[in-house]
Design a protein around this ligand. Sequence first.
Ligand code: G3H
Ligand code: 13P
Ligand code: ZN
Length: 305
Amino acid sequence: MLVTGLEILKKARAEGYGVGAFNTNNMEFTQAILEAAEEMKSPVILALSEGAMKYGGRALTRMVVALAQEARVPVAVHLDHGSSYESVLKALREGFTSVMIDKSHEDFETNVRETKRVVEAAHAVGVTVEAELGRLAGIEEHVAVDEKDALLTNPEEARIFMERTGADYLAVAIGTSHGAYKGKGRPFIDHPRLERIAALVPAPLVLHGASAVPQALVERFRAAGGEIGEASGIHPEDIKKAIALGIAKINTDTDLRLAFTALVRETLGKNPKEFDPRKYLGPAREAVKEVVKSRMELFGSVGKA
Ligand code: G3H
Ligand code: 13P
Ligand code: ZN
C-alpha cells in the first residue's frame, strides 16, 4: 500500500529500526526492491532522483506509483534530492508520497526559506518532506575539529532548522558521502555528533551515502571485466550504531548499481552469444533483490510491515 514517508519513518524512529530508501531507475530495480520488501515483510521507500525521472519519464513514475499501491507492505514513493520547488511540484503531481528538498549547499537562511516553501506545498496535499542540513563529504579521521564543524551538521542549527521549516525528517551530514569511494579503509562516521543531533531533533533522521560497497561485490565486478578503483563503503556496524542513535531512513543506491552491473557483465561474459536482454537482466534483477534483502536484515526492518 502507498503511504507517506513519515508514516513509515515515525514508527521506525520510535521503535529503533531503520528503513531502506532504495533508488530505482527502471522496471528491474523496482521489482527487485518491492519483491524483497514483500518477502521480508518490510516497509520500504522507493527513491527516484531527478535523473531517474528524466531517464524513465512518465513510464517510470506511473509504474512505480501503481506497483507501490498494489504492494502488500507499506511503500512510500520518494523524490530523492529535489533541487527546486518546481521539481517537488512535479513529483507531487505524479503522486509521490514523500519529497526531499535539498538546499544544503545554500546558506542557512536560504535553506530555511526554500524548505519552508516546499513544506507548505507538500503538506497541503498530504505529502511529507525530507530536508538536508550540512555537507555530505568523506571525512578523514585526522581532520581538524573546526574543519569537521564547517562541513557536518551542527546539532543546535538542526533543532532551529526543523522548528522553523516544519520539515518531517532530516538528512544529516556525519561523514558519509555518495558513490563507491567513501574514504580510505573504514570511513569515519561521527556518531557522537549524531547522538547530539538526535537529542535535540525528535524527527526521524536520514543517512545518505550509506552503501556498504561490499568487497565481494567489488571483486565480482572486477572479475567480470569492470574497472573500479579503491572502492570503500560504510561498515555495517557503523550503520547499526547510527540506527540505534536515531537514523530511521537509510539511502542505498551504489550497492544496487554494483550488483546489477556485475551480474550483467558476468552473464554476458559467460554467454557471448546471448542477445536476449531477459537472459542477463533477469539474473541482475535477482542480484539487486538479494542486496536489498540483506540491507533490510541489517536495518532491522524485517517483519515490521
Ligand atoms: O544520491 C543520488 C543517488 O545515488 C541518485 O543518483 O542522480 O545519478 O540518479 P543519480
Ligand atoms: P550511496 O551512493 O551510498 O548508495 O548513497 C545513495 C544516496 O544517498 C541516495 O540519495
Ligand atoms: Zn543522497
